[in-house]
Design a protein around this ligand. Structure first.
Ligand code: NAD
Ligand code: IPM
Ligand code: MN
Length: 322
């Protein structure tokens, strides 16, 4: 039996994930769905945002559908999202930025870099260690090469090797692997790349980069396709996989039934693809297009449909397509 863990998380996670879940349930009523309650809300209620048994439960799932979790900027609060990514060793964060004209994959290293968690705070100085390992770099560049090969596309390596030695290390490993793989590739400084991606998006197919650069670049690139409400992601490791929108818990719009659920639904589509249901995955994408063509969309896309109403139209479209 295929088992899907559902983590709504916080904020708009409680609104967009139920829509994505309905879509999955519509296509796969035979799957078992189980909720795992972790996040800031859980911390407010119990004083603990995520326990070891929660991590163990997540590991029993064939795939995880995840909303977003609020991370309050407090000194001692450990980010739950980062804890899960590390605990499940979800080293490849794949973020497709896609519409009818564009098809870019941002491949972000997801376990180290500036997110190493090796930090020191004193009253005079704060230090974060940026760890770039050979193993971490090799496995992310190999994943990016695999994806570039599948789509016969250019691989662009984003880095800041003009300044940061750990990025000289990252760049050189990536260049050596790409050369050995015999694919087309180039490399760019991440600052110049960020602007060029917006100005000439068609020159890009797969972009691989380190953890924090990939985090920032994916929000920037969302601009090309209509904003954060539209961009999904997959967090993939050798043993586990978690699917989540690129956006966060959006406290500014939470509880108002106005969040765009497309990023969450596309994340569910990526989940189905990961589980081998290519037809189901494509039918979810087709249903989104169908609903948008009817002019039904949320406020961020210029429409007036609520999150739930968009979900109703989506489920109806999937029923009609059966
Ligand atoms: P955010 O992505 O939550 O929101 C940024 C802006 O985009 C906001 O104005 C928001 O209203 C808008 N937006 C986001 N998703 C939208 C959607 N589906 N539909 C319409 N508009 C949408 O980023 P933030 O405000 O910087 O962060 C809020 C919280 O979320 C923070 O605590 C942050 O740490 C957390 N966060 C969590 C995750 C995650 O769990 N994966 C990811 C990013 C941010
Ligand atoms: C994301 C988020 C997270 C990240 C935060 C909330 C830890 O911004 O998934 O893009 O930086 O990876
Ligand atoms: Mn982010």
């Amino acid at each position: 039996m295929t088992r899907i863990a559902i983590v709504e998380g916080d904020g708009i996670g409680h609104e967009v994930i139920p829509v994505a879940r309905r879509v999955l349930e519509q296509l796969h009523p035979e799957y078992e769905y189980f909720d795992v309650d972790v996040g800031y809300g859980r911390w407010e209620r119990t004083g603990c945002p995520c326990t070891d048994p929660d991590i163990a439960e997540l590991k029993t799932a064939d795939a995880i559908l995840f909303g977003a979790i609020t991370t309050p900027p407090m000194k001692d609060y450990q980010s739950v999202v980062l804890r899960i990514r590390k605990a499940l060793d979800l080293y490849a964060n794949i973020r497709p930025v896609k519409n009818k004209d564009l098809d870019i994959l941002i491949v972000r290293e997801n376990t180290e870099g500036l997110y190493s968690g090796i930090e020191e705070l004193t009253s005079d100085r704060a230090t974060t260690l940026r760890v770039v390992s050979r193993k971490g770099s090799q496995r992310i560049i190999r994943k990016a090469i695999e994806l570039a090969r599948q789509r016969n596309g250019l691989l662009t390596i984003g880095h800041k090797a003009n300044v940061i030695k750990s990025d000289v290390f990252f760049r050189d490993i990536c260049l050596a692997e790409a050369k050995a793989a015999g694919i087309s590739y180039n490399d760019k400084f991440i600052d110049a790349l960020s602007l060029d991606l917006l100005q000439h998006p068609k020159n890009y197919s797969v972009v691989v980069t380190t953890n924090m650069f990939g985090d920032i670049l994916s929000d920037v690139a969302a601009y090309l396709v209509g904003g954060l409400g539209l961009v999904p992601s997959a967090n993939i490791g050798d043993h586990y996989a978690l699917f989540e929108p690129v956006h966060g818990s959006a406290p500014d719009i939470a509880g108002k039934n106005i969040a765009n659920p497309i990023a969450a639904v596309r994340s569910a589509s990526m989940l189905l693809h990961h589980l081998g249901d290519y037809h189901g995955s494509a039918s979810v994408e087709a249903a989104i297009d169908h609903v948008l063509r009817k002019g039904i969309c949320t406020r961020d896309m210029g429409g007036s449909a609520g999150t739930r109403e968009f979900g109703d139209a989506l489920v109806q479209s999937l029923q009609g397509a059966k």
